[in-house]
Design a protein around this ligand. Structure first.
Ligand code: DX5
Ligand code: ZN
Length: 217
């Protein structure tokens, strides 16, 4: 009876076989394709950039859920829109004028999200909660796939779920980092409705079956 979405993260895909891995997601029960952009500045790692997003878009049959782990995201919103982003999520920690940034994303015709680092309180969203389509709660420190899930995430999901209740009932509450079948049911029970999974999907022998298992919780 749950109605949650699954967003495999292509950060864990085989970049030399990206078309194959995108087609696997196309053929799966996944809902979104999670695309992690890292700039080596906001986070201590570099992933991939605009030309790769554009190439992914040419094969993707599901919305590109672009997670911008970059400083100064405002300067790149138009470029990521042009590359094929359907959703753009910026980090709270990178936006001095978050309200302006969220509305700039919406004006481009994309769903707009804000992401919170593990130490950034949900309460800081009190005056923006009605403007956003997505809140992405980081359940690891952003920058790398394959890290261990941080248990404080459950409390943050419950707080966000309570905040959104009545004020933004259609809010996507997205959890990113260390998601697996060990914690997925508890995340959904706490109020999450979008689960990102990178390594858990792509390191599995049966990737389609793993996505299906996450979807059918
Ligand atoms: C981490 C990224 C995540 C990452 C998740 O900075 O934002 O989306 O790909 O990977 P796993 O599921 O392996 O923790
Ligand atoms: Zn991500």
């Amino acid at each position: 009876t749950n109605n949650h979405l699954i967003a495999p993260s292509i950060l864990a895909a085989d970049f030399a076989n990206l078309q194959r891995d995108i087609e696997m997601i196309n053929n799966s029960e996944a809902d979104w394709i999670h695309v992690d952009i890292m700039d080596g500045h906001f986070v201590p790692n570099i992933s991939f950039g605009l030309p790769v997003v554009k190439a992914v878009k040419q094969h993707a049959k599901k919305p590109l859920d672009v997670h911008l782990m970059i400083s100064d995201p405002d300067s790149y919103l138009q470029a990521f829109k042009d590359a094929g982003a359907d959703h753009m999520t910026v980090h709270y920690e990178t936006c001095t004028h978050l309200h302006r940034t969220i509305h700039a994303i919406k004006d481009l015709g994309c769903k707009a999200g804000v992401a919170l680092n593990p130490h950034t309180p949900v309460a800081l969203l009190d005056d923006i909660i009605e403007d956003v389509d997505i809140v992405l709660i980081m359940s690891v420190n952003p920058g790398f796939g394959g890290q261990q899930f941080i248990n404080n995430t459950y409390k943050k999901i419950r707080e966000l779920s309570n905040m959104a209740d009545g004020r933004n009932p259609n809010l996507y509450i997205e959890i990113d980092g260390g998601v697996s079948l060990q914690n997925a049911a508890m995340l959904i029970e706490a109020g999450a409705n979008v689960l990102v999974a990178g390594n858990f999907v792509f390191s599995a022998k049966d990737q389609l079956g793993t996505i299906k298992a996450l979807k059918e919780i």
